[in-house]
Design a protein around this ligand. Sequence first.
Ligand SMILES: Cc1cc2nc3c(=O)[nH]c(=O)nc-3n(C[C@H](O)[C@H](O)[C@H](O)COP(=O)(O)O)c2cc1C
Length: 170
Amino acid sequence: MSEFDAPSFNGDLEADDEPPPGASELRRRLEACDAFVVASPEYNASMPGLLKNAIDWVSRFRPQPFNERHGLLMSASPSMVGGNRGLWSLRIPFEHLGARIYPDMFSLAQAHRGLADDGRLADPELQTRFETTVAGFMALVEASKHYPCARKAWVEYLGERLDPELERVE
Ligand SMILES: Cc1cc2nc3c(=O)[nH]c(=O)nc-3n(C[C@H](O)[C@H](O)[C@H](O)COP(=O)(O)O)c2cc1C
């Protein structure tokens, strides 16, 4: 995330300056890909503020880069829920922004005990589940790349009228 670091979002900053370099870099990386993976820790049963701030900055670019991009969410944490609540909270801004978030998510609980020395997951069943999640996601992205079936412009507030002062409809 250090590559995408940006000051706390502030509308005045946005109006006065160029976008922060970290936000431009995240936009560049998204636009270079058909899909993205976010592996995020959970902070206080939600997403880390740093990540939300990066999403908020990037959401200001037009075309809005999350729209129509596929996303896979993953987490690992020492807790029993493996950071999974943070991933559910992340679905909200991503889906709002038109990203197609894969229904399956992967969260590794008790992560401090979860990895074998070779870097694979210690539990073979979980390793299989991890692999099928990634492979299923990749297959969907590949299929959707060749057979796009749902193109849509992104509208932040459905029903709002075009207003140059707001510029929030794409
Ligand atoms: C402020 C803060 C809040 C956290 N809250 C949670 C939490 O609610 N649930 C959880 O599973 N882990 C929580 N953690 C642990 C993180 O999800 C993560 O496992 C830990 O920061 C180590 O991650 P890293 O190795 O990616 O830095 C929290 C950590 C911090 C610093």
